[in-house]
Design a protein around this ligand. Sequence first.
Ligand SMILES: [Zn+2]
Length: 290
Amino acid sequence: MPVIDIHTHMGVNPLPVPSHENLATPEQLIAIMDRCGVDKMCILPLSSPEALPDIQSNPEIHAACDRWPDRFIKFCCVDPRVQDNSTTHNFLPTLQYYKERGCKGMGEFVANLWWDDPRVQRLLEDCQTVGLPVTFHIAVKEFGMYGLIGEPGLKGLERALKKFPKLQFLGHSQAFWSEVGPVSEAERGGYPPGKVLPGGALPRLFRECPNLWGDMSGGSGCNSVSRDPEWGYRFMEEFQDRLCFGLDICAPSNKTPLVDFMRDALASGHISYDIHEKIMSGNAAKVLGL
Ligand SMILES: [Zn+2]
């Protein structure tokens, strides 16, 4: 089965800030895939103003993806404020348009708005209707960062998971993965180290909400399973049908520690071949309908 990265970004045109390392180009992403043994990457446009010095358009990213259809899987990114900043906006025609053109998910959802904001709720409801899974980034506060504003204990997310039970939610970011165990406010937006104690919000939500999936991309996803490996192996065993491998490549120099962690976990016998295959491939195929 093909190894699938559930979450990565692509740069097509240089950003207008010369000091930033540019997002990886399609050719650089293919080189990273070949180095890491990844067959396909999901490409998430960044179309909200919070993410980059300039917004990416869906068409520019999709046109680049379409040049390598066997390597890139397209997502569309729709900002909840788009067009008229309305609490009653109808997103269905836009979402349907992108779905018909091959998009498998909506994201990365990085607008710095509250989960209960009516514009966010409208977009989630329409994604549920169209059948597009949503990949979201959670922030710990309003202002000064990107991502949906998460309360401690992932309470806003929990309300959304229960309000839209047919929508598949792919969770990601430090404020999401730090909740694998009890976490202090100071560490909630970071990479808490060491032992994972019982009582975290995230395992409870995975048990209660079958529409929650774990996008393991980025340093936060890798940290959640590697900070306390024995706990991480048990976590991957319990939620083997809901976790998806990912890299969240932005710049070409980004590290890929999850590749090594997953390979070592399999080689050392800490996770089974079946669990490894589900996390590296099967779960992504299932949630995205590939
Ligand atoms: Zn991302």
